[in-house]
Design a protein around this ligand. Sequence first.
Ligand code: AMP
Length: 280
Amino acid sequence: MQIITTINEMKALSDSFRKKNERIAFVPTMGNLHPGHIQLVERAETLAPKTIVSIFVNPLQFGANEDFDAYPRTLEHDRYLLELANVDALFTPARNEIYPDKNSNKEVIEFPGLSDILCGASRPGHFSGVAVVVKHLFETVQPDIAIFGEKDYQQVLVIKKLVAEYDLPVEIITIPTQRESDGLAMSSRNGYLSEQERQVAPLLYKTLCQARDQLRAKAVHFSEIEQQANEVLTKAGFKPDYFSIRHSGDLSEPAEDEKQLVILVAAYLGKTRLIDNILI
Ligand code: AMP
């Protein structure tokens, strides 16, 4: 596996693949890799002869009081996992490669009505930060395909919008959320949970499943399902940020007879903000 740290080297390698007509599948990450990330990599490998993974903890997508400094950085172990997974190249740029001067991290890419609702409302600027870095990474890595996890459902829609609005020549593929055996969605942030919080955390997915079942039974209004779920989570010690039934295509508020639905949740457990969702 080639380890690449500069934009020039990364572009040169991608150019060399492209010259040989070798398609590139790309998996952007922030590292601290878990089996969910490896699933993305394995999917990438089925889609193109060359697979490139990036690890970059992107300061632009963290708010001032968020966990940028504390975010787990485990590069040695990540490298080992990616070698095992037969990745062709790992791109780990330093911060000043992506944001070389003061102005370069002032770029803003917002999609009103999408990037400013749900997680975007609680974390202003988060999805702009994601869109800016993904655009930079796409321009550098020049992938044909990029693979993202449905765990970050709103992020996927933001990236699809980014690709459409800027006419980026990248196909976006998604994979379902990978879970622990008790249902908890795998996440780099699960490591923040205390032992006791870890025991409680699977309730998030359980509550989503219960809400899905209520939706399917069609016996209860959306707002009641949301309210009940919030109560269940609060009782168990979560501080829910939102529990929301939305249109799965654009996250707009759905009519009660809408069929294309997704239920999304974000909730704090202690200091850890967990997110999850379930497609109906
Ligand atoms: P992150 O390193 O958390 O920014 O995530 C990098 C990519 O991995 C994103 O596309 C995430 O949606 C995806 N991802 C993270 N956790 C999971 C999971 N449990 N299942 C599937 N994909 C995931």
